[in-house]
Structure formats: structure tokens, C-alpha cells
Write a protein that binds this ligand. Structure first.
Ligand code: ADP
Ligand code: MG
Length: 322
């Protein structure tokens, strides 16, 4: 049986790399991180609970990827550059055949973003994965939720709704063929955090948020914090390639109020459209303009003809009554 310390040493401790910001990693009472001079630390935590955020028996390698991806997505939405993260892990048992692929998925994504695992905590218990990420951003350049201005365009990265489609397929609400279920499922289980895009938007965008609970609700947070309203062109929303084959009503519902998209929704002055497109193409990420911020309160939806649309916009809330 693996001891707690064997487990940490075997799966989560790596030969020391020279990360410029990490003076001391795993093994002491605290890690020591040296942010670059004058930078602000951007800090975020996200927890994934079995049976709540992922199915029991979920593929451990994808789970390792996802639990860091959702945290990196928060740094992306702030325009922050990833530095390091900690991992608090509750495990029912220390099984190498679970830990090895979990660590592989986790550390592969960490390496992709130069984000070092610097510590954590390991305990026995129901499977629960909690990551805290640390990033850096120059003072005044973070993409805050309260910074949208009337006249800004609203933009979305990538595409929306394929993760929600996968969920509908798993639940049997919509019949999907195996190939569609698999491809949509990859969007749900292995999201791509838009870190490069967030960094390249620092000087261009005003406000940003990552879309985890559905666009309508998440954009609503920007509107509320910025004390603005918005018009959203629902039929401009970029549907994921699997969702795009479905009927208009499902496309509208899943792009607007899906969940698990991990795309960025951001606002930028209409005079900066070319800069937004250049920034996005420099990191090979598609962006679509889907509406505009204005002073009238609330989120107003429009169809392809510009006519008002009335659609249910409930976003995901763990404590909402069913
Ligand atoms: P403490 O007694 O202070 O709680 P631990 O014995 O739990 O310390 O952990 C020993 C070292 O291993 C610490 O540096 C801690 O940050 C690190 N660590 C523990 N669990 C993990 C984990 N799951 N991933 C990475 N590092 C971990
Ligand atoms: Mg501990």
C-alpha cells in the first residue's frame, strides 16, 4: 500500500526544473514564489467534486486535465499569466492505476502553460480535487468583470454548447450517435483554457469572464458588476461543431445557457475590432462578435432579423431548487 508521502513523491514531485518564479516547490511547509517585480498576483481556486462536477468512474487522465484547465481558465479570463498551482486531493484509496493517468493529464497541461505544481495536501476521503492557481498580471491590466462600458462590442472565443450537448446525450435527453457523443464529450471532459488569448487581450479588452455556467448567466455577471446592459445577437453565437447540426431551438438554448464551455466572453471598444481579430489570430483562436454593451439595464436577446427573443436564461446554480 502506498503511503501518503510515497504517493506525493511518486506522482506529484518532479525533478527540480528551473522555474524563474518558484524558489521552493513541494516538500517544505510552504512553497516560496517570487512574482516578477511590480506584478500583481492573480489567485483563483476551483474545486471538482465526484458526482457533482464529474461522473463517478470518470477517466482519470481527462479529469487531471480538466481540474487544472478550469483553474487556468480563470487566469485567462483575468489576462493573467500562469505561474504555479497547489493541489488538494481527497482520495478514497491510493491506487497507482488511477493516480498515474491523473498525474499525467494534470502535469501535461501544467507543462504546456509553464505552471508548476508547488504543493498541496493529500487525504483519504470521497474523491474531491481542489486546485489553487497563481498567476501574474501588471497592475491595472487585469480584465475585470466591472470594466465593461456602453458602446463596447461583446465577443466570444471558440464555440459554445458542445459540452452541454454531451450532457444531454449522457442523460438520454437527446439521442446522439457514438461519434458525436465522443467528440462532444471531449469538449466536456477536456476543455481548452484560453490563456494565450487572455494575455493578448490585456491592452485591448475592457471586461472578461470565462463561461463556465452558461453564457447568459456569466455575461450577466459582467453586466451587473459594470452596471450596464447588453443586446445579444443569439443567432450569431458560435455553436460547437456537434451542436451546429441540431435544430435552431436547441442551438439557441445550449449556446446561451449551456455550461462547461470554458470559452472567454469579453468586451472591447468598437474602435478596437481589428486589434481583437489580430490578437485572436496571433494565438490561433477564433473570436466572434455577438452583441454590444449599452446603458439600458438587462440582457436583451435578438434573433437573426433583429427581432426581440424571449428565451429562458437560467444558468447553473448548485444551490438553486430543481
Ligand atoms: P503538512 O504536514 O504541512 O500538511 P504534508 O505532509 O501534507 O505537509 O505535505 C508534504 C509536502 O507535500 C508539502 O510540501 C505539501 O505541499 C506537498 N503535498 C502534499 N500533497 C500534495 C499534492 N497532492 N500535490 C502536490 N504536493 C503535495
Ligand atoms: Mg498536509
Amino acid at each position: 500500500m502506498l503511503s501518503e508521502f510515497d504517493l506525493i513523491a511518486q506522482f506529484f514531485t518532479r525533478s527540480r526544473r528551473q522555474h524563474r518564479n518558484v524558489a521552493l516547490g513541494i516538500g517544505d511547509d510552504c512553497a516560496l514564489v517570487t512574482p516578477a517585480a511590480g506584478m500583481q498576483l492573480a489567485i483563483s481556486t476551483d474545486m471538482l467534486v465526484e458526482g457533482r462536477h464529474f461522473f463517478p468512474g470518470a477517466d482519470p487522465q481527462m479529469l487531471g486535465h480538466k481540474c487544472l484547465a478550469v483553474n487556468l481558465s480563470d487566469l485567462a479570463a483575468m489576462g493573467a499569466k500562469p505561474l504555479a498551482f497547489t493541489l488538494a486531493l481527497a482520495l478514497p484509496e491510493a491506487r497507482p492505476d488511477w493516480l498515474a493517468p491523473f498525474a499525467k493529464g494534470l502535469l501535461a497541461l501544467a507543462d504546456e502553460h509553464g505552471c508548476e505544481l508547488i504543493g498541496g495536501d493529500t487525504t483519504k476521503g470521497p474523491l474531491n480535487i481542489c486546485i489553487t492557481v497563481f498567476g501574474e498580471v501588471p497592475p491595472g491590466q487585469a480584465l475585470r468583470r466591472d470594466a465593461a462600458q456602453a458602446g463596447d462590442d461583446i465577443w466570444i472565443s471558440g464555440s459554445l454548447g458542445d459540452a452541454r450537448l454531451a450532457l444531454a446525450g449522457y442523460r438520454g435527453d437527446i439521442m446522439l450517435d457514438d461519434a458525436t457523443q465522443h467528440t462532444a464529450g471531449e469538449r466536456m471532459h477536456a476543455p481548452t483554457p484560453r490563456v494565450e488569448l487572455g494575455l493578448s487581450l490585456r491592452d485591448i479588452a475592457h471586461a472578461a469572464i470565462d463561461i463556465s455556467d452558461g453564457l447568459a448567466g456569466d455575461l450577466g455577471h459582467i453586466l451587473e458588476r459594470s452596471r450596464t446592459g447588453a443586446i445579444l445577437d443569439v443567432d450569431q453565437l458560435p455553436a460547437g461543431p456537434m451542436l451546429a447540426r441540431h435544430a435552431l431551438e436547441i442551438r439557441r438554448r445550449f449556446t446561451l445557457a449551456g455550461g462547461d464551455d470554458y470559452e472567454l466572453c469579453f468586451t472591447a471598444p468598437s474602435g478596437k475590432r481589428d486589434a481583437v481579430i489580430a490578437a485572436a489570430s496571433s494565438c490561433n483562436t477564433a473570436v466572434t462578435r455577438v452583441g454590444s454593451i449599452d446603458a439600458a439595464p438587462g440582457l436583451r436577446l435578438r434573433d437573426a432579423n433583429g427581432a426581440p427573443l424571449d428565451l429562458p436564461l437560467a444558468s447553473f446554480d448548485h444551490f438553486a431548487s430543481p
